[in-house]
Write a protein that binds this ligand. Structure first.
Ligand code: ACO
Length: 433
């Protein structure tokens, strides 16, 4: 079991030769952490760790990730098995509640998600207020914050949270689809209770009132798998943001909206959009991807091979492996031949043999192939990060809940090392040079 092991300690020798003995905490998968909680109090020193490369911000029982071995497990279950055998609703339950549901529990959970899929009619007007150029992530984050205005009991920190969690899981899907419909000028399509979670989303995205829409089982399965693969990834940038914002006592909608905004960046969830834009740019300029890779290696204009590299995975990202296979299957089923897929495969093949990428341990990540699948499904490029947010939602919620339920939680408040001016006197404007 995880916890502090009294037999294990670490010794730190400070510049004044003072020695401090620090406890060591061991995780269930034998990960070791030096516990510095009392360091500043006892010594006056803080630690400095740019980008939190070595800092564990919390203990967590949700997701296990071993970047060297390429292992990812939710609540102990391998990602490969969940992607193959589970569905997104069940995986969400697992992440949030800690165990796979019984069939009765799954039925109740699914029914709750179906019942809470509508958003307040007044909120429809918000969509109308956005210009057509709006990025759907801007709309999504604002709408999720707005949900707190419609369910003000979320401000009571002692009120039950299950209903808010259900609302989030169900309504974010509706908001995502509505923001797309709005951006293309089509009427909003209301959720349909006879459809399951992913089928309902596809229906809201692609149905029009004038025609029947039949959900393709292949696309529904692909969407389930895509969302499962994105559902959690322990203390990444957006999840840490959710925990940080939530640690101040802000309501769950505010914390999740903050996570959505953190995800938006191209170094995080925005990478799936950036991959397609990169591939399109290469294709438009003649398809010479070798030249592009040379530019990347020479750091020309700070170029990066988007969809490659990961802070934690220094082997293959297990999600990318599943997605590459899925990509071939979905495109074959739809009878689509996407030149961007050939480009991506060509670049991957070369990069995996190139010393620059090999020596820096840069491999395809979850975003390298996901965009090509979304494209084939008919989802536009600027919606890719919204799809990521939809998938990551149960992970954010699980972490928010774990943080709130943990009696050891403290408001997130890192220290710094100040490098600015020392004390100086105010100079009146007429005396300034
Ligand atoms: N292409 C080219 N070079 C790269 C790449 C890349 N994709 N990623 C890292 N490098 C290089 C850096 O230039 C740096 O080189 P240097 O040592 O010569 O300075 C070295 O590898 C280490 O890079 P860092 O940025 O320090 O590594 P870090 O762990 O901080 O970054 C990150 C991880 C942000 C994911 C990075 O690999 C990257 O920018 N990848 C492209 C964007 C991307 O695909 N993001 C999605 C990540 S997955 C997710 O969030 C869902």
């Amino acid at each position: 079991m995880a916890g502090s092991d009294p037999k294990l300690t670490a010794k730190l020798v400070l510049p004044n030769s003072k020695e401090v003995v620090l406890p060591v905490t061991v995780g269930t998968e034998d990960e070791h952490a030096i516990d510095i909680r009392n360091l500043r109090q006892e010594t006056g020193f803080v630690t400095l760790d740019n980008g939190y490369m070595n800092t564990g911000s919390t203990a967590s029982a949700i997701t296990y990730l071993d970047g060297e071995q390429g292992i990812l497990r939710y609540r102990g279950y391998p990602i490969e098995e969940l992607a193959e055998r589970s569905n997104f609703v069940e995986t969400s339950y697992l992440l949030i509640k800690g165990e796979l549901p019984t069939s009765a529990e799954r039925e109740v959970f699914g029914r709750m998600l179906t019942r809470h899929s509508l958003i307040h009619e007044d909120m429809h007007q918000f969509f109308a207020g956005y210009p057509p150029t709006s990025h759907p992530m801007a709309v999504l984050s604002a709408m999720v914050t707005s949900l707190s205005a419609y369910y003000p009991d979320c401000l009571d920190r002692n009120a039950p949270v299950d209903l808010h969690i259900t609302r989030l899981l169900s309504k974010v899907r509706t908001i995502a689809a509505f923001s797309y419909k709005k951006s293309i000028g089509q009427p909003l399509i209301y959720p349909k209770n006879s459809l399951n979670y992913c089928g309902n989303f596809l229906h809201m995205m692609f149905a029009v009132p004038s025609e029947e829409y039949e959900v393709s089982p292949v696309l529904e399965k692909a969407l389930n798998q895509l969302l499962i693969l994105h559902a959690d990834h322990e203390q990444n940038c957006s999840t840490s943001t959710v925990r940080m914002v939530g640690s101040s006592g802000a309501n769950v909608y505010a914390a999740i909206a903050a996570g959505i905004l953190a995800l938006w960046g191209p170094l995080h969830g925005g990478a799936n959009q950036a991959v397609i834009e990169m591939l399109e740019e290469i294709r438009a300029s003649g398809g010479d991807f070798k030249r592009f890779l040379d530019d990347v290696k020479n750091k020309r204009d700070n170029r990066r091979l988007m969809g490659f590299g990961h802070r934690v995975y220094k082997n293959y990202d297990p999600r990318a492996k599943i997605l590459k296979k899925m990509c071939d299957e979905v495109l074959a089923h739809l009878g689509i031949k996407d030149p961007l897929l050939d480009l991506a495969k060509g670049m991957e093949e070369i990069a995996l043999r190139d010393d620059y990428f090999v020596s820096k341990k840069l491999y395809p990540n979850v975003d390298f192939y996901s965009g090509i699948i979304y494209r084939a499904m008919g989802i536009p490029t600027n919606m890719f990060t919204v799809m990521f947010a939809l998938g990551r939602l149960p992970g954010w919620i699980a972490h928010w809940k774990e943080m709130v339920d943990d009696k050891d939680t403290k408001i997130g408040r890192p220290r710094q090392i100040y490098t600015g001016q020392r004390l100086r006197k105010y100079v009146p404007i007429e005396q300034r040079p």
